[in-house]
Design a protein around this ligand. Structure first.
Ligand code: ATP
Ligand code: MG
Length: 557
């Protein structure tokens, strides 16, 4: 391109260049290639959005390809979960593909390499092979089997496939260059014997192809034009090209381009590490709401819109960096503010009694969502007997405390102005109840002079007799360190935050009685909460998605 178009990310610039150089727009094709060895996490959202957004932008097909070449780690339950997560984000794929669909073709191509003198069976142990590989600064040594005859290699390879040889006895290696400065080109292993059953091919195969031997050829077979992967695959690019150039194929070859992983602070984005948290029972499951998995984020109350906005703001980069968790939280608040209905709930209650209010109750009205253009209201029962948050009352306030104290006025949201009068204490001197009076004329929205009176604080509250008791899970960050897996002498597990979950009971206004799993709310003045997917009506459980404000550093430092 003559002039750099700043509205394009660097991958789009590459595509535009390719289109200028003759690639047909209708031939563009992308893929998202997860290994079904765990649940997808927030890092994958970046790769998903990158590929599917390119598909949308160019009207090109995007395949969902399961990279299933390690039968010991892969399961069909992960395939189901991955499909569910991609769909939930709002994307649909053109073809559902599996690398295992290509096992036959890959096997044929491996035999072709042997025939061409470009691959050989090595019968050394993996330790011997590793030893001969050399180091980045010293060249490797040729295997004593490197010049094995084509016929013998072919025979043994077939026997390996037939199950005649135990694991670890032979491997098939590409014959490239043991002195290459790129270690990956030093005769890489392309097949190994594995006596494992595969989630799709069952016991058909006793040899399984390695990732590198599979990925580029799968891209070719699907005629992917731009194979986008994360930076750690950059050194693999030479090998990717070597394999494709060595094969008897005539169609257009795919091109690999790397982009930076998305790393998020205070968590880990690796399926293997996330699985460890589950195996060690530090979290309950893949969809534990503390997990950075798509399913965990969903259960926590994150929306597809918030997550997609987050990866969009994080951007497509060529260099690794760590994105602040607070940006993710900001994106959640930003979207939930627009869509979440408001309710009152009191998490840490203390009794508040309005001594001059008569027995009995009245029904007040509150806005469902002031951000919405639809002016809906909800009914809220009010009476003499209420709960407010314990921290909203202080017997000895400092000058900056604008909430309730003795002799001071505050407004109860959507209700009246009250004044603190006295407290009742138990034998140990703890306040058990706050007594107040109210200004009868100050009812919100009544239009009276008294209703327009300005007081400094507004508190949320619930009616003691009609409140619903709900369970609330309060989540904190999963790790106590911004980069838990970046410490040289420590495991990420050493930074696990044992206080990442606090379970409490709270009182909520009765309008949430009919709340369904997955439903999102704003608990006024507290934050955003989501009905847990395993919650049942009658015993509601809420997960705190995120607080109303970013107060994390303040409470920690
Ligand atoms: P994990 O270590 O979590 O298993 P992976 O890279 O091995 O990650 P795959 O299932 O092989 O996971 O990844 C599927 C696609 O998602 C790949 O193209 C990979 O590059 C991309 N991807 C994985 N993690 C991230 C991340 N943190 N940021 C961006 N893309 C990612
Ligand atoms: Mg992987």
């Amino acid at each position: 391109m003559d002039k750099k178009d700043r509205s394009l990310n660097f991958i789009e610039s590459i595509i535009e260049e390719d289109l200028k150089n003759g690639l047909k727009r209708e031939d563009l094709r992308f893929r998202f290639p997860p290994e079904p060895n765990g649940y997808l996490h927030i890092g994958h959202i970046k790769a998903i959005c990158l590929n599917f957004n390119l598909g949308q932008k160019y009207g090109a097909a995007v395949n969902l390809r399961f990279d299933d070449t390690n039968p010991q780690n892969e399961e069909s339950k992960y395939v189901t979960a991955i499909k569910n997560d991609v769909n939930w984000l709002g994307y649909s794929w053109d073809k559902e593909c599996f690398a295992s669909d290509y096992f036959e073709q890959l096997f044929e191509w491996a035999k072709y390499l042997i025939d061409e003198g470009l691959a050989y069976v090595d019968s050394q142990s993996s330790e011997e092979i590793a030893y001969q590989k050399g180091t980045p600064t010293t060249p490797g040594k040729n295997s004593p089997y490197r010049e094995r005859s084509i016929g013998e290699s072919k025979n043994i390879f077939q026997e390996m496939a037939n199950g005649k040889h135990p694991e670890g006895t032979h491997v098939l290696r590409a014959k490239i260059d043991m002195e290459s400065p790129n270690m990956l080109l030093r005769d890489p292993v392309i097949y190994r014997v594995l006596n494992k059953s595969h989630h799709r091919t069952g016991n058909k195969w006793r040899v399984y192809p390695m990732y590198d031997w599979t990925h580029g050829q799968s891209d070719y077979l699907e005629q992917i034009t731009h194979s986008l992967c994360t930076l750690e695959f950059k050194p693999h690019r030479d090998l990717y090209q070597w394999f494709l150039k060595s094969l008897p194929i005539e169609k257009r070859l795919p091109e690999q381009t790397e982009f930076a992983r998305l790393n998020l602070s205070y968590t880990v984005t690796s399926k293997r590490k996330l699985k460890q948290l589950i195996d060690l029972k530090l979290v309950s499951s893949w969809d534990d709401p503390r997990m950075p998995t798509i399913s965990g984020l969903r259960r926590r109350g994150y929306t597809p819109e918030a997550l997609k906005n987050f990866v969009n703001i994080a951007g497509i980069a060529k260099r690794e960096n760590i994105i602040e968790a607070s940006l993710l939280e900001f994106c959640a608040r930003d979207h939930l503010n627009k869509i979440a209905p408001r309710v009152n709930a009191v998490l840490n209650p203390i009794k508040l009694t309005i001594v001059n209010y008569e027995e009995g109750s009245e029904t007040l009205e509150g806005e469902v969502n002031p951000e919405s253009t639809i002016n809906k209201v909800r009914e809220i029962p009010f009476s003499k007997h209420l709960y407010i948050e314990k921290e909203d009352f202080r017997e000895e306030p400092n000058r900056k405390f604008f909430r309730l104290s003795l002799g001071k006025e505050v407004r109860l949201k959507n209700a009246y102005i009250i004044r603190g009068e006295s407290v009742i204490k138990d034998k140990s001197g703890n306040i058990t109840e706050v007594l107040c009076t109210y200004d009868k004329g100050s009812k919100s929205g009544s239009g009276s002079e008294a209703s327009k009176r300005k007081v400094k604080g507004t508190l949320h509250w619930v009616c003691r007799h009609q409140a619903i008791k709900v369970k609330v899970n309060l989540y904190d960050r999963l790790f106590n360190d911004p980069a838990p897996d970046q410490h040289e002498n420590k495991s990420f597990l050493d930074f696990f935050n044992p206080n990442s979950l606090e379970e409490i009971f709270a009182f909520a206004e009765p309008s949430i009685q009919s709340a369904l799993p997955g439903q999102l709310y704003q608990f006024q003045r507290l934050g955003y909460f989501c009905v847990d997917t395993r919650s049942k009506s009658g015993s509601l459980v809420f997960n705190r998605t995120v607080g109303l404000r970013d107060n994390w550093p303040k409470t920690k430092n």
